[in-house]
Design a binder for this molecule. Structure first.
Ligand code: NAP
Length: 496
């Protein structure tokens, strides 16, 4: 039976996949499919629904440039609202009918003779497509800790990406492993009703105050009637977030900016001081690496939670897990009913790439990245992989706001596919030289960054790959990335 064929195939129906689909439609493509392993769209905002889930970027900024939402209920909206925004955008741009849910993509192989991608799907026939997009996100493969005895635990074990909405923490003895951005949101919620809560912290996190407030109905009406008013607010929140990453992290070499980075840490310490009077507890909660080495977060309640009598901070580590609790490294034991794994995601091993991708001459993307260096030209293209854009790549993510990344990637698609259509070409492939030059430039830019010059040794940050290079984030401003995506030399791609 011949394979079902599409002009384009997108893996992932989160905000990246939806954005790529909208861009394809703008460029005149209708014959495309989006495959997603989940049974609904929204990616991370569908999968994550733990208590306390909210965005830690102001929602005026956390949305597509072209699709402002006047209806956000507060500055830092909840996960439920963001999922609704994903639904609304997908419906408005008629993307939903292109999505096939419960469809797990296992791998894709470039067929040189037929000039197309052959895509393998679990329990389904092969699909083919002229263009392949992986929009699999950066934080999509949950990391399960390899702690001795964890399989023997008789109570409930739950990873934050697999939250059981029927679970009632009331009266429970709970342990949470991890103190990343997820845990910072979840811990105050669990502490409300749990009988006992022990938090296992390996690396403390910088937590700044969260300036959050509801958006009044009057303001929503204003945003709806005069969209430019919301654009002004967005310009302000965009600028603040851009400054945070560019001033405090990307251009860390500048002495004044280094000073500002220190001020950001001081702000977090003040946030801690207001909430915690116990000096020793504050010391244990304070990171020993510079802010920005790993993703900081915002909360007005996280630190205070540790002052409650039934909440305990355990920072000596875990020796092993037993059927009814945890034996701590200091020899004490913690009896628990539920073990919550807020242990984050496997970025480098399981996610780059999230599926097996075999390009020209059998080049295996995962192996190629590991045997050479992690890199993707303009955050999307690799030589040897024709007609393929990997939207979740090394040097792709602009830092704090995912939609900025999506914006430049959509503009790059516009320029690249526009030229392809203009020339009547069928394939594109970035040249080895352009890719190498881009990698050299990223390496040079990183030389000025906090990740190179700052104190990141103790941060255990997923910004760094297993070789120790900070190759996750694209070290430049959103404006520069958008400019590059709109003006890159077309000769950087070979069009045939
Ligand atoms: P994370 O930042 O990777 O944090 C995972 C935590 O688990 C870390 O504290 C880590 O400690 C700990 N951990 C992992 N394995 C462990 C082990 N074997 N033993 C002890 N501790 C272990 O993951 P996350 O909190 O899920 O957040 C991931 C990202 O999601 C964030 O950085 C952020 O970008 C995003 N996020 C965003 C929002 C939002 O509002 N937009 C909300 C939540 C999350 P170490 O640090 O020592 O490894």
């Amino acid at each position: 039976m011949p394979s079902e064929h599409f002009d384009a195939l997108i893996v992932g129906a989160g905000f990246a996949g939806i954005g790529a689909a909208i861009q394809l439609k703008r460029m005149g493509y209708q014959n495309f499919v989006i495959l997603d392993r989940e049974d609904d769209l929204g990616g991370t905002w569908y999968v994550n629904h733990y208590p306390g889930l909210a965005v830690d970027v102001p929602t005026t900024t956390y949305s597509y440039f072209f699709e402002p939402n006047p209806n956000w209920s507060r500055l830092f909206s909840t996960g439920t609202e963001i999922k609704r925004y994903a639904d609304d955008v997908a419906d408005k741009y008629d993307v939903r009918r292109h999505i096939r849910f419960n469809t797990t993509v296992e791998g894709a192989r470039w067929d040189e003779d037929a000039s197309l991608w052959r895509v393998n799907v679990a329990d389904g026939p092969e699909l083919t497509a002229q263009f392949l997009f992986t929009a699999t996100g950066f934080l999509s493969q949950p990391k399960l800790p390899d702690i001795p005895g964890i399989a023997d635990f008789a109570g409930k074990v739950v990873h934050t990406t697999d939250w059981d909405d029927t679970y009632d923490p009331t009266g429970e003895r709970i342990a949470v492993i991890g103190t990343g951005a997820t845990a910072v949101q979840l811990i105050p919620e669990l502490a409300r009703t749990a009988a006992d809560l022990t938090v296992y912290q390996r690396t403390p996190i910088w937590v700044a105050p969260k300036l959050d407030f509801p958006i009044s109905d009057r303001t929503k009406r204003l945003f709806a009637r005069l969209p430019w008013t919301q654009r002004i607010v967005r310009a302000i929140t965009d600028t603040i977030y851009e400054a945070m990453i560019n001033v405090g992290v990307v251009h860390y070499r500048v002495p004044l900016f280094r000073r500002l980075n220190i001020s950001a840490m001081d702000l977090c310490k003040i946030n801690q001081f207001i909430q915690v009077r116990d000096k020793e507890l504050r010391r244990r909660l304070t990171p020993d690496y510079d802010i920005g080495c790993k993703r900081p977060t915002f909360s007005n309640s996280y630190f205070r939670t540790f002052t409650k009598p039934h909440v305990h901070l355990q920072s000596d580590g875990i020796d092993h897990v037993t059927a009814d609790g945890i034996v701590n490294a200091d020899g004490t034991t913690t009896a628990i009913d539920t073990l919550v794994l807020a242990t984050g995601f496997d970025l480098w091993e399981a996610n780059f790439p999230a599926i097996e991708v075999i390009g020209r001459d059998g080049r295996n993307l995962g192996k190629w990245w590991r045997e050479n260096r992690f890199c993707a030209y303009q955050g999307v293209s690799m030589p040897g992989f024709p007609n393929y854009l990997s939207l979740a790549s090394p040097y792709a993510f602009l830092g704090l706001n995912f939609f900025n990344t999506m914006e430049y990637q959509m503009r790059l698609m516009d320029r690249l596919f526009g030229e392809l259509q203009h020339r009547g070409a069928a394939t594109f492939e970035v040249t080895e030289q352009a890719n190498a030059a881009y990698l050299d430039r990223m390496t040079e830019l990183l030389g000025d960054s906090l990740w190179t010059l700052g104190n990141c040794a103790g941060s255990r940050s997923y910004y760094f790959n297993p070789h120790g290079e900070p190759s996750l984030l694209r070290p430049m401003s959103t404006q520069d990335a958008i400019e590059e995506a709109s003006t890159f030399p077309l000769t950087d791609y070979q069009l045939t």
